[in-house]
Structures are given as structure tokens and as C-alpha cells.
Write a protein that binds this ligand. Structure first.
Ligand SMILES: Cc1ncc(COP(=O)(O)O)c(C=O)c1O
Length: 460
């Protein structure tokens, strides 16, 4: 018998029976509101493995995927005509709103001039200096996904240090980069459970310690065999874990002392501000990665390096055997990406846009916190800029191990569907909510009201 099967057990502080009841009734409500969608996708989509074009579409807790008709601003409409206030925003790909007008215009302009050439366009001339100014590093490359950007940056780190190992923090996610797929379970490094077709022992070349554990980090770096530490400034791919005061200073000091490079992956924490967490908090990465929203939803990513890394990589390249570097992908750095990225950087990711996002995200944080207090739920809210998360555990989390324990999948699934039935979409993997420049105060109010209604049912 699983813990949640016991009539007296609880999940995230809520009686399991109540969670199950909520899940069941909300699933029925969801179906009832979507007869057309159910007819089309209720039994899977023809021709696709597992009935969906991308396997994680079945990770949504709804009985079947929401079949989208269109999205505008921060609103999604499904084919049954249901409108949803979208706080998932493509899990950050649409963090700046769905098809921001400036980006849509740039895409339309470029569409008449070719989509991929393997040659630069004039937009690229503007982008290089924009990236330098905004993120503070002097040398940049364009890729298509954050996964690829991380993979390439790690390759450069290994090349210039001559070291094979990397170090990650427990609970991390940096895309489907094989060498980061490691976890600490019962204090031991292991391959991340569930990996398909992975026969290598990834822990041979990847060290792993808990986030915020400076002593463990120091010990792991002391062998001077780690090429690079790769981390998000805040762990956002487990339940959200904020850095403790002094953690980033220690991370930078210890990596420098050990001759280890520091790769900051801002793909989610770009929610902090136009220059990411890095600029707001004065981090000094050697390598920097940003994907997802950087071209307003067009697949694109950027990765940058310091002058020192660039010089060392130049020297390495002059001595390495000629041949393929292992970094590429044919459609990267195409003119559509340049057009969309330029519009995003110049016209969408502005200080004013972030001021709006931050203001509404604070309001959301306060509103959800007040609901949690009103119903005395053992939960809390965490936030990094425009990225807000309610976590079904009482206190702020210290590391990935605690974050794993705080995860309450059945409860979260029930809440997510209940929110959809009240007109609000949040991210399926965590209780993550993003505020975009297009999000309105009324949408934030509706989310707080919906959350309150669900909390009332759970607390009743
Ligand atoms: C911090 C971070 N880095 C990289 C990635 C990978 O992004 P993509 O799936 O677009 O390659 C993700 C995806 O969630 C992420 O959260």
C-alpha cells in the first residue's frame, strides 16, 4: 500500500482522501468543458508515439492535453473556446508573452527574405553588441536550444582546462545534457533515475553536491580535477531553492581558487531582470547560457564567455587536431533567430517590461501567501523576479534533497486541474507561475481568487 492509499495519510499537509476526491471531481469538470477536444485527443493523437508529438505533453495532469486554438498576450484559448490566463507561458519560452507584437512583426519581415542561409544577416551586427552590453561578457555564440548552448559551453570548459569532470548541484536541470543527469540519493551520486538508454556511469565524470553546501563544494573542488561548475543562480527545476546569503560569493571564490570555470545558466532566472540574476546580483561567470525566451519564443539560445576563456580557447584551437569541434547544428544562427532576437532584446526585454512583471509578481506572491496563511496550510511561496512558486512544504528549502521531498505530485496535480477549471494555467512540472509583460493585474487577481477557492476546498 502506498502512503497516499492509507485513509489517514496526508500529502503536503492535506488528507490523501481529500486530494483524491478533488482530483476526481476536477477531472470530470475538465472533460465536461471540452467535448470537442476530448473527441480529438481524448484517445491520443493519431500517428504519434504515445499519442502525443512530444512525450512530456502527457505530463500535464489534465485527463488529456489542452488542444490549443491560439494564444495572445498571456491568454490561451482552446478549441472548445475555453480561455485560460496563462501563467505557464510555455515553461518560460513565452515568458515575454505569446508572440510579442515586435517579435511577430520581425518574423513577418524576415519570412519574406529567407529563413536559413548559414550566413549572417545585418540583424546579427546589432545583436553582438547588445549581448555584450546586457550581459557583460565580450564573446558570444548563437545556438538553438539552451541544452545545446550548455553542451557547447561545457565542451569549451573542458577544452581550456584540460579537465574531464564537471560539477552539478543536486536537483539541477540544464536540458538534456547527458553529463548533468546525476542525482544524490541517500548521499550517493547515481545516474538520474528514469534515464532512457543510458548505460554509462555518468558519475564517473560528474561530481554532485547539494546547493548551498559550501563545505561539500570546497571538498569536491579540492582535487583540482573539475573543469566547470554549471548551475542556475536559483534552483528552479526542483521546487524552488534560493541561494543562502554568501553562497554565490563562496561559489565564485572556490571555483577561482581551484582553477574551475563557472557556468551560470540563466534560462529560467532571466525572470529576475533584463540582465538576469547575474547582472542584478553582480555574479561573475566565466560562461553564461540563456535559452527559451531570448528570441521571444522562436527557438534560439545564446552562450557567452569571458575574455580569458576566449583567449584560452583560441590558444587551444590553434594546437588541437584539425577537425570537427563537436559544436554545431545546421539551423543555428539563422536569420529568423536574429530577427526575433533583435526585436526581443531591443523592444521587449526592457526595464519597463520587467518593472511591470516584478510589480505583479510581488502582488501574486503576497496574495498567495495570504491565502496560505488564511487556511493555515503548511506551504510557502518562493520567488525569483517574475517567477513565483507555491511549495507544499512549510519552510523555504535549502537544497535539492529537501526540494525532492517537498514535491507532492498527487496534490499538485489535483490543484493544477482545479485551477484550469477556474480559468488559470500554471506550469505542469512544479507549481510555477510566470508573470509576463502582457499579464494584467486582473489576471493576477483571478489566479489568487482561484487559488483561494481551491485552498478552501482542501482545507474544509
Ligand atoms: C535552467 C535550464 N537550462 C536549460 C534548459 C533546457 O532548455 P531547452 O529544453 O530549451 O533546451 C532548461 C529547460 O527547462 C532549464 O530549465
Amino acid at each position: 500500500m502506498r502512503a497516499s492509499d492509507s485513509p489517514t495519510s496526508s500529502i503536503g499537509g492535506i488528507a490523501a482522501a481529500r486530494v483524491a476526491e478533488l482530483r476526481e471531481t476536477e477531472a470530470a469538470t475538465f472533460r465536461k468543458a471540452r467535448p470537442k477536444s476530448e473527441a480529438k485527443v481524448g484517445n491520443g493523437m493519431a500517428g504519434f508515439l504515445g499519442g502525443v508529438p512530444m512525450h512530456w505533453m502527457t505530463d500535464w495532469p489534465t485527463p488529456f492535453p489542452i488542444l490549443v486554438d491560439g494564444a495572445r498576450g498571456a491568454t490561451i484559448t482552446d478549441i472548445d473556446g475555453n480561455k485560460l490566463d496563462d501563467f505557464c507561458l510555455g515553461d518560460t519560452g513565452s515568458m515575454l508573452g505569446h508572440a510579442p507584437p515586435a517579435v511577430a512583426r520581425a518574423i513577418r519581415r524576415q519570412a519574406g527574405r529567407g529563413l536559413t542561409y548559414m550566413l549572417p544577416s545585418e540583424d546579427a551586427l546589432a545583436i553582438g553588441p547588445l549581448l555584450q552590453q546586457r550581459f557583460g561578457l565580450p564573446y558570444w555564440q548563437i545556438a538553438t536550444t539552451a541544452t545545446d548552448a550548455n553542451r557547447f559551453a561545457l565542451r569549451v570548459a573542458r577544452a581550456v582546462t584540460g579537465r574531464e569532470k564537471i560539477l552539478v548541484f543536486n536537483g539541477c536541470y540544464h536540458g538534456s545534457v547527458d553529463e548533468t543527469m546525476v542525482r544524490l540519493i541517500d548521499g550517493k551520486p547515481v545516474n538520474r533515475p528514469g534515464l532512457a538508454g543510458e548505460f554509462r556511469d555518468l558519475t564517473r565524470a560528474t561530481k554532485i553536491v547539494e546547493f548551498n553546501d559550501v563545505a561539500a563544494l570546497e571538498a569536491a573542488l579540492s582535487d583540482r580535477d573539475v573543469a566547470c561548475v554549471i548551475t542556475e543562480p536559483v534552483l528552479t527545476n526542483s521546487c524552488m531553492v534560493l541561494p543562502e546569503p554568501g553562497f554565490h560569493d563562496a561559489l565564485r571564490r572556490l571555483t577561482r581558487a581551484a582553477g574551475t570555470l563557472l557556468l551560470i545558466d540563466e534560462t529560467h532566472t532571466i525572470s529576475t531582470g533584463p540582465g538576469g540574476y547575474t547582472r542584478k546580483y553582480g555574479l561573475e561567470p566565466d560562461l553564461f547560457v540563456l535559452g527559451k525566451p531570448v528570441a521571444g519564443g522562436v527557438p534560439a539560445s545564446i552562450w557567452g564567455m569571458s575574455a580569458d576563456v576566449a583567449t584560452r580557447y583560441g590558444a587551444y584551437s590553434r594546437t588541437k587536431e584539425p577537425g570537427y569541434s563537436g559544436m554545431g547544428t545546421t539551423l543555428s544562427a539563422n536569420p529568423l533567430q536574429f530577427a526575433a532576437m533583435r526585436a526581443t532584446l531591443e523592444e521587449v526585454m526592457t526595464e519597463e517590461a520587467y518593472a511591470h512583471m516584478d510589480r505583479l509578481a510581488r502582488r501574486l506572491d503576497a496574495g498567495l501567501t495570504a491565502v496560505i496563511e488564511r487556511y493555515r496550510l503548511p506551504w510557502h511561496v518562493a520567488r525569483v523576479g517574475a517567477r513565483v512558486e507555491f511549495i507544499c512544504a512549510p519552510r523555504p528549502l535549502k537544497d535539492g534533497g529537501e526540494a525532492e521531498e517537498a514535491h507532492a505530485p498527487e496534490l499538485e496535480a489535483a490543484i493544477h486541474v482545479a485551477l484550469v477549471n477556474r480559468g488559470v494555467l500554471i506550469a505542469p512540472f512544479h507549481n510555477m507561475m510566470l508573470v509576463s509583460p502582457a499579464t494584467t493585474a486582473a489576471q493576477v487577481r483571478r489566479l489568487i481568487t482561484a487559488f483561494s477557492a481551491v485552498a478552501a476546498r482542501l482545507a474544509a
